[in-house]
Design a binder for this molecule. Sequence first.
Ligand code: MN
Length: 133
Amino acid sequence: MDKENFSIFPLGEKNDAFAQYFVGQSYLNMLSQDRLFVGNVTFEPGCRNNWHIHHKGGQILLCTAGRGYYQSWGEAARELHPGDIVNIPPEVKHWHGAVKDSWFAHVAIEVPAEGSSNEWLEPVEEADYNKLP
Ligand code: MN
């Protein structure tokens, strides 16, 4: 797998700043840090972020490559493919990441809001992740 050319957007660097909130290796390339925060996030197979909440603003994911999952608390996980869009309302506990056997990339857009913040919570239970189809 040529991860450098996996998505139409550059891979960027190892996502060290957020590594404590991820299981596995992810990569982050900020596409915009002026007025609107937009990042290209790439997950190696099996990599996913912890449960988390985007307060006030929410988040929009534009899936660009590979296969991944999105799951909100109390709902079944949804499998994601290139072209899929996930509109995550504020205050919804959720996680996103790759399936076990494929890389995954999405563009993440932070919906701007006064006083917005991210709250990072517990990792996805290994047993629950391993049960996903
Ligand atoms: Mn999120």
